[in-house]
Ligand binder design. Structure first.
Ligand code: NAP
Ligand code: ZN
Ligand code: ZN
Length: 348
């Protein structure tokens, strides 16, 4: 066992605060990583505050991890000490069910083990995430980071990147298509960048008029202020695909009305239950879908795609001591466009 430090919440009502715990020694198939940067996902906030009613405390979030390999087990083939490596939202799954065999570990039919707030098979208790100084993970769930992309900007790709890349790929977004991205936060800004890189005509839906110029710079062809019904009406029945990244209650019927015959609205955001009017779906044979992060193979593909297109997240680097303030800003949609914790601050 090795001593680890991080920031954890002891209850839904308490802020994140310094926390000491233990990590396992790397086993034969494990990679030990000193964490350099960890992105801050809205799921971290939902979990810390028990908004999904599934949090076990202490809760130590963080699943956008980039760091340096410090040790590898004797059966580890593709990583060595000194490599830049990454860990996303998953650290284990059954690996034998049909989903796992297809590389869709996030849809494991037995149980996937999340990087945080999942049962820890090795030490008991729950898994602790990346708001910490180091982590030990089975090699199957460790990703290679293309060295040409800076480590801080890469971190958000491990969740925000793959969560937008996977559905854009699955629904075959590309040239000649009109694609919407709803919400310009961590996921949304990566959705805009990736959809643009795939050649789609990208329309960004935002509640924040102040984000218009940034949205254009990030790759949006058009911007719609979603609170303005006249602006929304102009796009009725016109979208092939819309990716909804919104983290709070909102009007999905208004978005469904913009989907054309046989088009799809896919949710990746995790707000409380939403209300959908059946006729909005029935009349244009519209599809209403969801998508969860991405598998390990696809996550590596996404990292390579981002390296090829020179894509990283637009980030604001913070010391870990500012994490609670960052959560409050995230709730005010005041993120440009992902907070990333510089883990060197943990030692201060
Ligand atoms: P984020 O950075 O906080 O961005 C969310 C954006 O949603 C905000 O910036 C804002 O954009 C918009 N928004 C917020 N409140 C709104 C409201 N009341 N009405 C309309 N729009 C609103 O969060 P994130 O990290 O991107 O995560 C987004 C959601 O995805 C979270 O619920 C998270 O848990 C979930 N998530 C899901 C997966 C998955 O696998 N499916 C993976 C990661 C995260 P504007 O200012 O542009 O309106
Ligand atoms: Zn996430
Ligand atoms: Zn499985």
């Amino acid at each position: 066992m090795s001593k680890a430090i991080g920031y954890a919440a002891q209850s839904a009502q308490e802020p994140l605060a310094p926390f000491s715990f233990e990590r396992r020694e790397p086993g034969d198939h494990d990679v030990a990583i000193d964490i350099l940067f960890c992105g801050v996902c809205h799921s971290d906030l939902h979990t810390t505050r028990n908004e999904w009613h599934s949090t076990t405390y202490p809760a130590l979030p963080g699943h956008e991890i980039v760091g340096r390999v410090t040790a590898v087990g004797k059966h580890v083939k593709h990583f060595k000490k000194g490599d830049l490596a990454a860990v996303g939202c998953l650290v284990d799954s059954c690996r034998t069910c049909p989903s796992c065999k297809q590389g869709l570990e996030q849809y494991c039919e037995v149980e996937f083990i999340g990087t945080y707030n999942s049962p820890d098979k090795h030490l008991g208790g729950m898994t602790y995430g990346g708001y910490s100084d180091h982590v030990v993970v089975d090699q199957h769930f460790v990703l290679h980071v293309p060295e040409k992309l800076g480590p801080a900007g890469v971190a958000p790709l491990l969740c925000a990147g793959i969560t937008t890349y996977s559905p854009l790929h699955h629904w075959k977004v590309g040239k000649g298509q009109k694609v919407g991205v709803v919400g310009l936060g961590g996921l949304g800004h990566m959705g805009v960048k990736i959809a643009h890189a795939l050649g789609a005509h990208v329309v960004l839906f935002t509640t924040s008029p102040g984000k218009t110029e940034d949205a254009k710079r990030l790759g949006a062809d058009e911007i719609v202020i979603s609170k303005n019904p006249n602006e929304m009406a102009k796009h009725a029945n016109s979208f092939d695909f819309i990716l909804d990244t919104v983290s709070a209650p909102h009007d999905v019927d208004a978005l469904l009305n913009l989907i054309k015959l046989d088009g799809t609205l896919t949710l990746v955001g995790g707000p409380p239950p939403l209300i959908v009017a059946p006729f909005g779906l029935i009349f244009k044979r519209r599809n209403f879908a969801g998508s969860l992060i991405g598998g390990i193979k696809e996550t590596q593909e996404m990292l390579n795609f981002c390296a090829q297109h020179n894509l990283v997240a637009d980030i604001e680097v913070i010391p870990i001591q500012k994490i609670n303030e960052a959560y409050e800003r995230m709730l005010r949609s005041d993120v440009k466009y992902r907070f990333v914790i510089d883990m060197a601050s943990l030692k201060k």
